[in-house]
Design a protein around this ligand. Structure first.
Ligand code: COI
Length: 357
């Protein structure tokens, strides 16, 4: 059994941001959760302490070989002021899958959920009440051995920080424009694509910068072998409505198994839509977008929620999806998911849990 979490309160509480809209991931609350791992001893010294910088040796492994994983989930303030989480166990199950791939020691899922609950309850005044804003929760684990040899670290820090945040995309629910990347690749099967490790994201920045220069907010990745099949956007999984069916790339190890992805597919099946998790070639996307069979396209993610895609770019061509606006089903998914999260729609599947009033 894990130990009790020790709490040390800040003596210098910060000013809370009252911006509307709130930016994503720019402000951080007063406290953070920390825990250490030492080989032979296991995870120990769980504590909630004032938010502040780490002091780490420059030879620390995470700086050199990126032995690091992270997660992302949110706490929502409902109309009655109560604070809720959405499927937090799923995040920590996925964190453990990432941990196994990256040779990082796993952590008990229930303990992690309890740590989040205690931290969020302490920081409840940081959960924003602006429409659509929430408290973004960022758990992460870093390797802290001081050596430049490549091997699994014997020491780690597990940390959870909290950021009151608005929409991930400044577009909000307006459709985003994304560029299909044909040069860089994000992941290959057998690699780390299915994990949330920092390296997956570091390698994506160059293509994102290129896309931004062309006026597109994100990159849509193709598979690393054939450079032909659609994978994901990096900040979200991708879905299409083609001829009335919901189609999304199958999970083969190179795509992140998104919790929002899984939730939306479950809702879609419950609503009676045929769902196909399969290979989707870029040619199929371009063809169906051009001939009108592609009715809608949207991304799903914790940060991105359900995000309509209005235009795609590939090899010098820009194609609108439908009329370039928000698709009817995309809007319906957004309303259903955010309704469950904010408690304005029934949560028949038991996905949400109350943290505090
Ligand atoms: C999330 O959706 O929580 C993520 O971690 C994606 C990240 C790019 C913000």
């Amino acid at each position: 059994m894990m130990e009790k979490i020790r709490v040390e309160l800040t003596k210098n509480p910060k000013e809370k941001p009252h911006l509307d809209p709130l930016p994503f991931g720019k402000f951080f609350s007063d406290h953070m959760f920390l825990m250490n791992y030492t080989a032979g001893q296991g995870w120990h010294d769980a504590r909630i302490v004032p938010y502040g910088p780490f002091t780490l040796d420059p030879s620390c492994m995470v700086f050199h070989y990126a032995q690091e994983i992270f997660e992302g989930l949110k706490a929502y303030r409902r109309a009655d002021g109560s604070i809720w989480l959405f499927r937090p166990e799923e995040n920590f199950k996925r964190m453990n899958n990432s941990a196994v791939r990256m040779s990082i020691p796993e952590i008990d899922v229930d303990f992690c959920v309890d740590a989040v609950r205690q931290l969020v309850a302490l920081e409840k005044d940081w959960v924003p009440d602006q429409k659509g804003a929430s408290l973004y929760i960022r758990p992460f684990i870093i390797a802290t051995d001081c050596t430049v040899g490549v091997h699994a670290s014997k020491t780690y820090i597990f940390c959870i920080i909290l950021s009151p945040s608005g929409n991930y995309y400044p577009e909000g629910l307006d459709p985003v424009h994304i560029a299909i990347e044909d040069e860089d690749v994000r992941a290959v099967r057998g690699g780390t694509g299915f994990t949330k490790c920092g390296g997956n994201y570091a390698g994506s920045i160059r293509a994102s910068e290129r896309a931004e220069k062309l006026g597109y907010s994100q990159v849509l990745w193709l598979d690393g072998v054939h450079r032909k099949y659609i994978e994901e956007v990096g900040s979200m999984n991708i879905m299409f409505k083609i001829d009335g069916k919901i189609v999304t790339p199958m999970l083969q190890g190179s795509v992140l198994p998104g919790i929002t992805r899984k939730s939306i597919l479950e809702v879609a099946r419950d609503w009676g839509y045929p769902v196909e998790e399969r290979l989707i070639s870029v040619d199929e996307v371009l063809e169906t977008a051009a001939n009108g069979h592609m009715e809608e396209m949207w991304g799903t993610g914790t940060a991105a929620v359900v995000s309509p895609v209005g235009h795609i770019y590939y090899e010098g061509r820009d194609l609108p999806i439908g009329d370039g606006g928000i698709g009817e089903l995309t809007q319906r998914f957004y309303d259903e998911l955010t309704g469950i999260q904010w408690g304005t729609r029934p949560d028949a599947r038991g996905w949400t849990q109350k943290v505090c009033d």
